[in-house]
Design a protein around this ligand. Structure first.
Ligand code: SAM
Length: 257
């Protein structure tokens, strides 16, 4: 069996279509995982995945790449807090915000902390989703290490986390602001009427064709003038093609139809 055959079997088994992900990168990662598990062929590794839930979970964890940070690329979060959100609030009474590949929760909790700090939490709804069930479970627990919170100013750590030994636990009033769910960006329906969507550090893994499809889905998920916030290596080459204007670096706005 070759890589293509393997991806077809994975699609049948877990409904994840690896053909949407950049092949070179994904193939290299999977082949290194196969070797790490002492296997040499796609066939024997696939048999392992079929027999062992543990290895299947390891495989899914590995291909989804869950690295995240609070306030990842802090300068962009400052633009969000100081310019984008105040601007949205000028013409929207309530904000529906979606963190669309939220991994272990750092991104939606960064949003929740900002909204609390701005004293507008009663005006916002935060949806946070990811394809990876394990990541979502971790996000819901909201437990982080000292290393995990290094980007957060110490005053905010005091306000928003309980410290227990070497663990930092997000406080309930912040946790309760976020509605977590499992959602596959490639297959599932998107929330609608979103005023702000974050899709950061996941598009880089997708092929150009898949990106195009997803930009259109994100466009449909946004409200008029809604803003789309991308990762620092994920600028959209021709935003107008998808109905977006370039609001600021890394921020795109839905052009009114
Ligand atoms: C590198 S993390 C990015 C986390 C966060 N957005 C950030 O920028 O720090 C990429 C996330 O994308 C998720 N992901 C990968 N493919 C996905 C898909 N098809 N649908 C939804 N999430 C996906 C992974 O599970 C992972 O949690």
């Amino acid at each position: 069996m070759d890589y293509k055959g393997f991806t077809e079997e994975i699609k049948k088994m877990c409904n994840i279509d690896l053909s949407n992900y950049k092949e070179k990168q994904m193939k290299r990662r999977i082949e290194s995982l196969i070797r790490r598990n002492g296997h040499e062929s796609y066939d024997s590794y696939l048999e392992l995945l079929k027999r062992s839930k543990h290895h299947l979970k390891e495989f899914l964890d590995y291909i989804t790449i869950n690295v995240s940070e609070f306030f990842r690329n802090p300068a962009q979060w400052q633009v969000l807090e100081r310019e984008i959100i105040p601007d949205l609030l000028k013409y929207k009474k309530r904000l529906r915000v979606w963190s669309s590949a939220c991994s272990t929760g750092e991104e939606p909790y960064s949003l929740a902390m900002i909204f609390d700090k701005m004293m507008i939490k009663s005006r916002v709804e935060i949806i946070a989703s990811d394809i990876d069930r394990v990541a979502i479970e971790k996000a819901q627990q909201g437990v982080y290490t000292a290393k995990g919170i290094t980007n957060i100013p110490s005053a905010m750590v005091k306000t928003y986390f309980e410290q227990e030994d070497d663990k930092y636990i997000i406080k309930d009033h912040i946790k309760n602001m976020v509605n977590f769910k499992i959602l596959n960006l490639l297959e599932d329906n998107y929330p609608t009427g979103c005023d702000l969507i974050l899709c950061r550090n996941v598009m880089i893994y997708f092929t150009e064709d898949t990106k195009e499809k997803l930009y259109k889905k994100f466009y449909d998920a946004l409200s008029d003038r809604g803003v789309f916030f991308v990762g620092s290596t994920e600028q959209i080459i021709m935003p107008y093609k998808y109905g977006f204007s370039n609001l600021k670096n890394f921020f795109y706005q839905k052009i009114l139809e």
